[in-house]
Design a protein around this ligand. Structure first.
Ligand code: PMP
Length: 352
């Protein structure tokens, strides 16, 4: 605290990211990173870009990266926006599109950054309760709203929504923007990018941090019809001309093009997720059906907080949320390598 702070800074409630521990040799299953490395082609692209050209600013439009994303999804380049992680893309769209007269809507249990952006930009919101089985119930979202955002699959539950339910929402909700945050979609969800051509109020965000294993580089993007992308560009160009550096642009292109590496890593994670779900279930956990690279699980006889602390003592870190109350019993566990998942299960066996 400083007397030079404004009232505004004083009142902010910032997002608290998962811990990035300094100690080596922890089994780190707390922030949904990819346990497999980035594409070797992405690493080679960084090597190649790591030279004298770093004295020059990067392309402010990152057009070659947009082209690679457009190529992969079969969308024109003017339907692609890129930013410094999807968090930055989300921040821009909250600031630019969600400052409306009516409150925006999102699930009561979801990515906690949404509330933080509302606080930062003075946006009113109303949360919508998840169903008893922790799924998002779009049919109950009121028509009178200033915008709607939800992740698919949802975080931290991992539960996916069928594309048909998203399309039904788009058909009835035509007067406000609908944002689908697809940070985890590659691990088993159906992407709403397929609907972009038909719905001018749909914006889909994705990230290179999870399925493309580049959380450390910070690359995120949005796909939507050109007028929405133009709006995002106006905001970005009023904020930072160069959100993506030369290394990120080069590696992002290579990662997008290396489809074989991407598929191999995603398939391995999905297979591990299914094995981990079975192993946790056998140990008395209820595991929500996950289409993400993490599972959300609670034990009938042990508290989430106690389990997380006990795992930590054995060098395994997972994420536990004290709030809201309804999820306090759960652990969110990132799917790791077979060795990491084995270490988690061994540590659990000691605890249980
Ligand atoms: N959306 C969701 C649902 C997330 O869990 C995350 C990761 N914390 C993000 C967006 C942001 O990811 P990034 O900024 O790394 O692209």
């Amino acid at each position: 605290m400083s007397r030079y702070w404004s009232r505004f800074v004083h009142d902010l409630e910032p997002y608290v990211p998962g811990e990035q521990p300094k100690m080596a040799r922890l089994v780190k299953l707390n922030t949904n990173e990819n346990p497999f490395g980035p594409s070797p082609r992405a690493l080679a692209a960084i090597e190649a870009a790591n030279g004298d050209d770093l004295r020059l600013y990067p392309d402010p439009d990152a057009s070659a990266l947009k082209a690679a994303i457009g190529e992969y999804y079969g969308v024109p380049v003017d339907q692609v926006f890129v930013g410094n992680g999807s968090d930055e893309v989300l921040a821009h769209l909250f600031m630019g599109f969600f400052r409306q007269d009516k409150p925006i809507l999102f699930p009561d249990i979801t990515y906690s950054f949404y509330k933080v952006y509302c606080g930062l930009y003075g946006i009113e919101y109303q949360t919508q309760p998840l169903d008893d089985d922790f799924s998002i119930h779009l049919a109950a979202y009121p028509a009178d709203n200033g915008g709607i955002i939800f992740p698919n699959p949802n975080a931290p539950t991992g539960r996916p929504l069928p594309l048909a339910e998203i399309e039904a929402l788009l058909q009835r909700n035509t007067d406000s923007l609908v944002v689908v945050d697809e940070a985890y979609v590659d691990f088993g969800g159906e992407s709403a990018i397929a609907l972009v051509a038909r719905y001018p109020n749909l914006l889909v965000t994705q990230t290179f941090s999870k399925s493309r294993s580049l959380a450390g580089l910070r690359i995120g993007f949005a796909v939507g019809q050109a007028p929405l992308i133009d709006g995002l560009e106006r905001i970005k160009n009023s904020f930072n001309s160069y959100p993506l550096d030369r290394l990120a642009i080069a590696a992002g292109i290579a990662a997008m093009e290396d489809v074989a590496w991407f598929k191999q890593c995603v398939d391995a994670i999905v297979a591990e997720r299914d094995a981990l779900t079975a192993a946790l279930t056998a140990r008395g956990f209820e595991v929500l059906p996950s289409a993400a690279n993490f599972v959300f699980a609670r034990h009938a006889a042990h508290q989430g907080e106690t389990l997380a602390a006990g795992l930590r003592e054995q060098g395994v870190i997972v994420r536990h949320f004290k709030r809201p109350e309804r999820i306090a019993a759960f652990l969110r566990i990132t799917v790791g390598t077979p060795e990491q998942n084995r270490a988690l299960l061994d540590a659990l066996d000691t605890l249980l």
